[in-house]
Every structure is written in structure tokens, then in C-alpha cells.
Design a protein around this ligand. Structure first.
Ligand SMILES: Cc1ncc(COP(=O)(O)O)c(/C=N/[C@H](C)c2ccccc2)c1O
Length: 478
């Protein structure tokens, strides 16, 4: 154990660092001394099995030896060169993505590296608007695409729009003035569980089989005038929003964007690099995007990295111009060394196929919990990304009525995800979510069956407690 004065660490942390998602008074320091595989290790040696996978971004496991060794080797050669210069690492990272991963697909043209997912989505928005020379963009309810200006104009998970709330629900909340400006229209999310049509009619397909949310999206774009719309931006599975779409949704959205001649930007920041059992989540649906953004699993987060891949037509267009944009750390050689090692490790260990197999085991174990616990509603997901709806009753009534439109002025101790989190922590398992009624589970691609069983046992223990609370209809679960 390293000889760190953790009392001093806690003092400095409390005294100097701006908080998020908690007031200073609410804030609790959670010291992590080191990490390993799917575990976080606290200074006293407590090992926490992390089903958040941090922010669903440590795909090849914490402290991956191949990645760490690659970073050490790169540090023997580099400090830093900016994007105007070429390192072997940046060129090889591009080759691995464009040939080794995407080589069998006809659409990819070129790639640009940045440092985060928000920057990847900012870059995609610039490129789409430049290429189509149109201002408008379509996002969706419950979308999360980042916190920076353009990316946050797409973000609609209400509790992640960088606003501030006090702890008293009757006080003022404040969203960043002007942040939601900008020519962004909001289409419905394919959230069938909460769709009024599915509730009333059991399904929402029209006579052609088109989903109502797709029909409504089309009408929105037609109302704006497709000639004003540069692109529609979608996560295939909404991560922060915790929504896995019905299987026909993505192919119908892709067909619609082609018919209306608008670009389709797929945000694979959270779902990319094997998380759902394919290299990229869109590949489950037999469709090809125009632009894909990525981060998190791109490097598995030991060092931050993001990227944007554009189709051939856009690449040829961009190549004709002097593009006046710069991001200091774009293609950072040490980050690119981590990207190369991460991808090579995934290929050598066949981790994408492993995640697909692991997904079958996750589904089996989660459905066992659904059979046993009345508070477990629909279970959706794939690979090592799963959403578990927590419900009051057999009608799937949410505990927190505002559901995905809840912000943080509500008392977080009433959120079922936090009740589960506190009970599972008693078993050394970190599990929770972001929207109040939905657990979101994420792990490394090569999590062991033993650790999945440990997670399920802890979740089973926590759900027993939630079942009792729901049964007693206690005040805390209004
Ligand atoms: C689909 C998607 N696109 C872009 C970004 C922005 O990437 P960044 O942070 O700029 O590197 C993110 C980040 N996820 C955040 C951290 C998250 C995840 C789960 C719950 C709540 C929030 C993302 O999920």
C-alpha cells in the first residue's frame, strides 16, 4: 500500500475542488487508492466490484498491462507533439480503426482524433453543418451527447444539462442561460415502456409497420424543411437516458434520414468498442452511418481519447479545404499509444465475441431476478451494457413519477437506484444508474462469470429490500 496521507487527501479534496451532483454539505469523499480489472481498491484494502465500469468506459479492464506497458514505452519517446505532426502511434491508431475494425464496411472515409466524447460530437456537428451547409440538427428526448456548447445543445437528459439545483425542491433551479438555444429540434425517444401509444394500443406501428416515434420524427423534420436540417444525432442505445430501442427503430431511422437527405450521426461514445457485443452498436442492425463519434472504450480510459469517423463523401469534401479548427491534444502520441494497445488487446483476446457471449449470461441471470422480484420490470441490453427498470407494480409504474425528466432538486435518497446502490454496497458491489428508476449495468468486456454471479447475488439482496419497501409503500418511495 502506498504511504499516502489520506486524511490530507480528504482535507484538500473537500477544501478546494468544485462539486458536481452534490452540494458541498452533501458531498462524501470516496477515496480510491488503486484499481484492477473490474475492481476499485480503497485505502483500507476494501475491494469494490464496479458495475458502473466507471462511466462505462474501462472496456478492457482497469490497469490493463498491455495498455500500461505501451504508455510507458511511449513515454520513453514522447512528451507531446500537436496535430500538425505525425507520430507512428496516431497513424497506426487510424489504421487499426479504419482497416482492422471497419475494413469490411464501405462507408468509412477518414478519422479525426480529439480528447473526449463531447469534443467528438462537437467536431461531428461542425463537419455535418459544413458539409450540408445547413444549420439545424435533430436530437431526441433523453439524449446525452456531452457538456460542451454544441454537444450540450443535443443533450436532453434533464439532470445532465449542467444546470444547478438546490436541495429544496421548492427553490429555483437554474439552467445555463442560452445553452438550449441553437437550431436543435427534439424528436421522441424510442422509450416504448413509457410510450402512451404502446400503453393504450399495445403497439404503435402504423399500417406500413413504421413506429409512431419514427413517423413523428419524420413529420418534425418535414415541418422544419429537410433543406434546413444537416443531421440527426442518435445513440443507438441511449446510455445516460438508459433506453434500448425496439429492433425495428434504427433501420427505420436510417431509412428516413436517407429519404430526407439528412446525415445520420451515430454517437458510439458509450456503446462503442465491444460494449454491446459488436465493435459498434449500429452493427447489430445492418445499417451504415454517415458519421460515427467515439471515446471512452476507444482507449479504455487510462488516457482520454475521442474520435470522429466520417464517410467517404464527407472525407473527399473536407479534403478540398483548409479546415480552420484545432484541438491541442488531438492525436496526442501517448493517448494514441494507449488506443493502439487497447485495440490490439481487444483483437488478440477476441473480446468483442467474449462480450457477446457474456451478454447471454447477463441476460439469463437478470431474467432470473425479474422472475423473483416484483420490483424488477423490463430488462434490456446486450453484451456488457444492461438496463433494469425498477417498478412499483406489475403495470410497470415508476417509483419516481417524472422518471427520466427528474432533476437533482428531488431527494436522491428516494430514488430506487440509490436505495439499491446503498444495499448492494453492503456486499462490496457498486451498482446504480443515472435516471432514478433504471439500473444501468456496465462492466469490462472480459468480466468473469464469478464476478457476474457476485454482482447478481448483491443485486438480489438489494432487491429483497426494495421489494419490502415497495410492499410497505413507505413514504420514501412516494
Ligand atoms: C453517448 C455519450 N456521448 C458523449 C458523451 C460525452 O463524453 P465526455 O464525457 O465528453 O468524454 C457521453 C458521456 N457520458 C456521460 C459521462 C454519462 C454516462 C452515463 C451516465 C451519465 C453520463 C456519452 O455517454
Amino acid at each position: 500500500m502506498t504511504n499516502i496521507d489520506w486524511k490530507k487527501v480528504e482535507e484538500w479534496d473537500n477544501k478546494y475542488i468544485l462539486r458536481t451532483f452534490a452540494t458541498q454539505d452533501e458531498y462524501q469523499t470516496v477515496p480510491i487508492e488503486s484499481t484492477e480489472g473490474d475492481y476499485l481498491i480503497m485505502p483500507d484494502g476494501t475491494r469494490l466490484l464496479d458495475l458502473f465500469n466507471q462511466l462505462y468506459c474501462v472496456n478492457t479492464g482497469q490497469k490493463n498491462k498491455k495498455i500500461n506497458d505501451a504508455i510507458k514505452d511511449a513515454l520513453d519517446r514522447y512528451g507531446f507533439v500537436w496535430d500538425a505532426y505525425t507520430s507512428d502511434y496516431k497513424a497506426k491508431a487510424a489504421k487499426l480503426i479504419m482497416e482492422d475494425i471497419l475494413g469490411e464496411e464501405s462507408w468509412p472515409g477518414k478519422i479525426r482524433f480529439v480528447s473526449t466524447g463531447s469534443e467528438a460530437n462537437e467536431t461531428a456537428l461542425f463537419i455535418a453543418r459544413l458539409f450540408k451547409n445547413r444549420p439545424n440538427v435533430i436530437t431526441r428526448e433523453h439524449a446525452y451527447h456531452g457538456w460542451t456548447r454544441g454537444a450540450s445543445s443535443l443533450t436532453r437528459v434533464k439532470g445532465t444539462r449542467s444546470g444547478i439545483t438546490e436541495t429544496d425542491p421548492n427553490t429555483e433551479q437554474r439552467h445555463v442561460p442560452g445553452q438550449q438555444d441553437g437550431v436543435v429540434a427534439v424528436a421522441p425517444s424510442p422509450n416504448c415502456l413509457r410510450c402512451p401509444l404502446s400503453h393504450k394500443y399495445g403497439s404503435c406501428h402504423d399500417e406500413t409497420g413504421e413506429l409512431a416515434c419514427v413517423t413523428y420524427t419524420r413529420r418534425m423534420i418535414e415541418n422544419q424543411g429537410p433543406e434546413q436540417v444537416a443531421a440527426m444525432v442518435t445513440e443507438i442505445t441511449q446510455g445516460a437516458g438508459s433506453i434500448h430501442p425496439p429492433k425495428e427503430y434504427i433501420p427505420q431511422i436510417r431509412k428516413m434520414t436517407k429519404e430526407l437527405d439528412i446525415l445520420w450521426i451515430v454517437d458510439e461514445v458509450l456503446t462503442g468498442f465491444g460494449r454491446t457485443g459488436e465493435w459498434f452498436n449500429y452493427q447489430h442492425y445492418g445499417v451504415e452511418p454517415d458519421i460515427v463519434t467515439m471515446a471512452k472504450g476507444l482507449s479504455s480510459s487510462t488516457i482520454p481519447a475521442g474520435a470522429v469517423v466520417v464517410n467517404k463523401e464527407i472525407a473527399e469534401f473536407m479534403d478540398q479545404f483548409r479546415w480552420e479548427t484545432v484541438s491541442t491534444y488531438s492525436g496526442h502520441p501517448i493517448a494514441m499509444a494507449a488506443v493502439c494497445a487497447n485495440i490490439e488487446y481487444m483483437i488478440e483476446e477476441n473480446l468483442v465475441a467474449k462480450a457477446k457471449e457474456t451478454g447471454k449470461y447477463f441476460k439469463k441471470r437478470l431474467l432470473e431476478l425479474q422472475d423473483k422480484h416484483p420490483t424488477v420490470g423490463p430488462v434490456n441490453g446486450a453484451g456488457v451494457l444492461w438496463m433494469v427498470e425498477l417498478v412499483k407494480d406489475a403495470k410497470n409504474t415508476p417509483f419516481i413519477k417524472l422518471d427520466r425528466n427528474t432533476t437533482h432538486e428531488a431527494d436522491p435518497s428516494t430514488f430506487p437506484i440509490n436505495i439499491i446502490n446503498a444495499k448492494a454496497l453492503e456486499k462490496g458491489v457498486l451498482i446504480g444508474g443515472f435516471v432514478p428508476n433504471t439500473l444501468r449495468i456496465g462492466t469490462s468486456l472480459d468480466i468473469s462469470k464469478e464476478d457476474i454471479d457476485k454482482a447478481i447475488d448483491a443485486l438480489d439482496y438489494a432487491l429483497d429490500h426494495l421489494d419490502k419497501l415497495a410492499e410497505q409503500k413507505q413514504k420514501t418511495l412516494v
